[in-house]
Design a protein around this ligand. Structure first.
Ligand code: GDP
Ligand code: IMO
Ligand code: MG
Length: 427
């Protein structure tokens, strides 16, 4: 058994897409198991940039992609993405993409509710406004629509009525216009013939893959600190982002998941609101943002930047089941006179070595920083550990020691093969 689950180990945008793309060379199948088009996964191949939101990153190599039941699927966004890929020469046909019948649908009403909720919050969460949170609310509220409903026009209309009864009560109660059913219904019915050929039993595909010894990469979206249980609640997304989420969000036994590769930058970023202890507000943060190109893939929002937080990373590895690390964007630290790691927290005058659970405590944390010398020269495109400046190698070693998880890969540029491989990815 040699599957790999790729999990974001920080606040998202760690470079999961490019790691999945790299792994996909030796894999047969890539599976998305959580989130929706709130994700933005970037691949750079021979100078061409592919930005994926819903499609599993293996499609760029023509590998079979599966969208699991745990994904919140906006059919409009999916079709637009398939068309964008086609324009770039990547044909996404039912031979290379299958969608779980039971994946929950993201509808225009969810986008409207997402925006209305954000407007009404005293402290907005800074969501991506894609409707992801409200769609998952409907799923657990047992009034959600699922991909399989697209095949049943009459039931679809009835289910939309039930769903809108719920949302329109809230919209009217908060002085807003109710959401109309018919345009949404008509759009869904118009899209159904394009979506339905992709629909299948993803769990069965994975079962066959397992029994025939195929290699599967599970592509996590978002990250541990955005996980609905383990993230900095309520500043989180609404799905299970961790390795356990891959089992329930794709339909495979936890014991078949294989290795769990956590992806972390060698610094830290966060987009949206919420605590970020090692954040750099001033010129250093701006420099990281500019050098790292830290702007949202889909929303274009500037990402908040700071030093790598090894306390957060260590805890994330434990709760998410991460047993190998891929460290990304080492080249972004080229030219910094010094680099820091957050290696502890001060909370109300006492030193602690864990992330407390309450938002109030998380907001009061002060970072304990450890300084490292920067390096002269470029690590861009370096593919061998021995070719790294000694200061860069020392930083990698220090991260590994603080976090207590082996580093399997270090990336040194956005291109597919700009990477140092320290441990083979498949067992
Ligand atoms: P994801 O959401 O985890 O897949 O990550 P994103 O695609 O949102 O953000 C990662 C960004 O960093 C993308 O623009 C990548 O092209 C870029 N990137 C990934 N790895 C490296 C690297 O090693 N060096 C540099 N300079 N950029 C990288
Ligand atoms: P990838 O897969 C970074 C953040 C949003 C917001 C919070 C909730 O590219 O790493 P949501 O729209 O999900 O309800 O927003 O989560 N967020 C992400 N941040 N990368 C992502 O995905 C994200 N997906 C959601 O900014 O703070
Ligand atoms: Mg991203």
């Amino acid at each position: 058994m040699s599957n790999v689950v790729v999990v974001g180990a920080q606040w998202g945008d760690e470079g999961k897409g490019r790691i999945v793309d790299w792994l996909a060379e030796k894999a047969d199948i890539v599976v998305r198991y959580n989130g929706g088009h709130n994700a933005g996964h970037t691949l750079v191949v021979d100078g061409r940039t592919y930005k994926l939101a819903l499609l599993p990153s293996g499609v760029v190599r023509g590998k079979l992609g599966l969208i699991g039941n745990g994904v919140a699927l906006d059919p409009e966004a999916l079709l637009a993405e398939i068309d964008r890929m086609a324009a770039m020469g990547i044909r996404v046909t039912p031979e290379v993409l299958q969608i779980a019948e039971t994946a929950t649908l993201v509808l225009p009403v969810h986008r409207a509710i997402d925006a209305a909720q954000e407007r009404m919050r005293a402290k907005p969460l800074g969501t991506t406004l894609r409707g992801i949170g409200p769609a998952y609310e409907d799923k657990v509220g047992r009034r959600g629509l699922r991909v399989c409903d697209l095949a049943e026009p009459e039931l679809l209309a009835q289910k939309l009525d039930v769903l809108l009864e719920h949302h329109n009560a809230w919209l009217r109660g908060s002085g807003q216009e109710p959401f109309p059913r018919d345009p949404m219904l008509n759009d869904l019915l118009a899209m159904a013939p394009r979506i339905l050929p992709f629909v299948g039993r993803v769990w069965e595909q994975l079962d066959h893959a397992h029994s025939s010894g195929k290699r599967v990469v599970f592509e996590g979206s978002q990250a541990v600190m955005l996980d609905v249980d383990w993230g900095s609640y309520p500043y989180v997304t609404s799905s299970s982002t961790i390795a356990a989420g891959a089992a329930s969000g794709a339909g495979i036994a936890p014991s078949h998941l294989g290795r769990v590769l956590g992806v972390s930058k060698v610094y830290a970023t966060r987009v949206g609101e919420g605590p970020f202890t090692s954040e750099l507000d001033g010129a250093l943060g701006d420099e990281l943002r500019e050098r790292g190109g830290e702007y949202g893939v889909n929303t274009g929002r500037p990402r908040r930047c700071g030093w790598l937080d090894t306390v957060q990373l260590r805890q994330s590895c434990k709760v998410a089941g991460i047993n190998q690390l891929a460290l990304t964007k080492l080249d972004v630290l080229d030219g910094f006179e010094s680099v820091q790691l957050c290696v502890g927290y001060m909370l109300d005058g006492a030193r602690i070595d864990y992330m407390p659970s309450t938002n109030a405590e998380q907001q009061r944390l002060q970072p304990v920083l450890r300084r490292f010398d920067g390096w002269v020269g470029s690590t861009r495109g370096v593919r061998s550990y021995g070719d790294l400046p000694p200061q860069a190698a020392a930083l990698i070693d220090a991260i590994q020691n603080e976090v207590g998880v082996p580093v399997a890969m270090v990336t040194t540029g956005p291109e597919r093969d700009d990477a140092i491989v320290l441990q083979p990815p498949f067992a």
